[in-house]
Design a protein around this ligand. Structure first.
Ligand SMILES: Cc1cc2nc3c(=O)[nH]c(=O)nc-3n(C[C@H](O)[C@H](O)[C@H](O)COP(=O)(O)OP(=O)(O)OC[C@H]3O[C@@H](n4cnc5c(N)ncnc54)[C@H](O)[C@@H]3O)c2cc1C
Length: 410
């Protein structure tokens, strides 16, 4: 069978892989996108899905350049302008308000299926990306000038650069032999859509408690999507409770916030871990998104880091092309590797430290000190928010408002 030739072959069309495929094809690169399962179509008539993401302003700018933001923001999503953090014991809530930091919003809560579907539409209908779906990665032959990807279907794709966007259990990472620092938290994130007595006024609320935080993220219809981090055994118990018993426990855990819990849809729970790949690039292959790093979801940063990876890689490849350099060369990939690994590790260890600080009762004085410091210091708050908004000093240009056109003009 004859090989098909591309600049890049991307394995995995989750939110991150699809965003990268769209950005690269719009920048003039030839792209093959390989995905095991066709994404679920978004049904606006169906109830809100269980998986939602807090999408930062930086990520929204990236999705805009990927051609998906217009269709995403025209559907049900909810911007939030305030973040409220408390510990449910004695600290006054810590408030972050968008206007104070000269932001129009702190982020937008969007269902994952909506993001993925709009990106999938952007890549599969434009005719600029060759989509191989359903198909998967069988093997990669690494070469000095090109890599040759063998698909499960038996097809061969040859490319200057292979991208692993195939999630936490990345096969690309295994084939290339990159090791990971893996820490299981022995916690699950329990998710559900919940209605309270009063509608959510557009606030991302989080209460830190022993065992893990409980977050209420605002939805378009006034309900909230919750992420309740619990020790795994406890999450199992909460999942098994009948509806009324669960509502009663959630009511106690979120007491004082928007009145009683009145209704709750289906529940699901996901195991939580931190995974950091020791390198994001080797042998004409790079890792992006969860394939490269998995962070605790307590600050809702996982997919935002992934979109920043996609934007940074696009910037690095456009730069290489303008300089007439090979896009799979060591120098080009090392730039991406250093840039994104530093950012993701800072975020992952930050989340890890925050999680540890609130995990037990023993460190209560330290926790109070930490929160009091953040509360008093505008500079610390600003730094935290800039990072959370995806607009920190190291943010890719596409996250800060630059267009693909700007990058291509150098
Ligand atoms: C409870 C919870 C709440 C979260 N909340 C937030 C939040 O608010 N904000 C935020 O930023 N992040 C959040 N996250 C993290 C976020 O969900 C992930 O970071 C994000 O989904 C990762 O996207 P991805 O595209 O990198 O990977 P994935 O979504 O895992 O996509 C990988 C894709 O690759 C495909 N694939 C896999 N293997 C192969 C193969 N061999 N061949 C072909 N295709 C393959 C899969 O089918 C899939 O489509 C949360 C996570 C959890 C658990």
């Amino acid at each position: 069978m004859n090989d098909a030739f591309y600049d890049t072959v991307i394995i995995g069309a989750g939110m991150v892989g699809s965003a990268l495929a769209s950005l690269l094809s719009r920048s003039g690169f030839s792209v093959a996108l390989v995905e095991a399962r066709e994404p679920q179509s978004f049904d606006a008539e169906a109830d809100v899905g269980l998986r939602v993401s807090a999408v930062s302003p930086g990520s929204a700018a990236v999705l805009n350049q990927a051609g998906a933001w217009k269709s995403i923001s025209a559907q049900r999503c909810r911007p939030y302008r305030r973040m409220q953090v408390e510990d449910g014991v004695e600290l006054e809530p810590l408030l972050f308000d968008a206007p104070v930091f000269h932001l129009e919003r702190l982020g937008t809560i969007i269902e994952n299926t909506l993001v993925q579907w709009c990106l999938w539409q952007a890549v599969s209908t434009g005719g600029m990306v060759d989509v191989y779906c359903p198909d998967g990665l069988a093997d990669i032959e690494f070469g000095p000038d090109k890599n040759r990807v063998k698909l499960s279907s038996g097809k061969f794709l040859t490319a200057d650069l292979v991208v692993g966007a195939d999630g936490a259990a990345s096969r690309v990472r295994k084939v290339i032999g990159i090791r990971q620092d893996y820490r299981a938290y022995n916690q699950h994130g329990l998710v559900a859509v919940v209605g309270k007595q009063k509608p959510n006024p557009g606030v991302a609320w989080q209460r830190f408690m022993p065992g893990g935080p409980l977050a209420f993220l605002p939805l378009a219809d006034g309900r909230s999507s919750i992420v309740w981090t619990r020790p795994s055994i406890e999450a199992e118990r909460l999942l098994a409770l009948d509806g009324d018993a669960f509502l009663a426990e959630l009511d106690t855990a979120s007491s004082g916030w928007l009145g009683r819990v009145e209704d709750c849809g289906p529940r699901a729970a996901f195991p939580l871990s931190m995974r950091l790949s020791e390198s994001y690039a080797a042998q004409r292959t790079v890792l992006i998104g969860d394939a490269a790093h998995v962070v605790h979801p307590l600050a809702g940063q996982g997919v935002n880091l992934g979109f920043a990876d996609a934007a940074a890689l696009t910037e690095a490849l456009i730069g290489a092309r303008l300089a007439h350099r090979d896009i799979g060369s060591v120098g080009v990939l090392q730039r991406y590797d250093r840039w994104r690994r530093a950012e993701s590790e800072a975020m992952a260890f930050g989340m890890h430290a925050l999680r540890s600080l609130f995990d037990g009762d023993g460190l209560f004085p330290l926790r109070r000190l930490g929160l009091a410091l953040v509360k008093r210091s505008w500079a610390v708050k600003d730094l935290f928010l800039q990072r959370a908004a995806g607009l920190g000093k190291q943010a890719p240009k596409l996250a800060t408002g630059a267009t693909l056109q700007d990058l291509m003009c150098g």
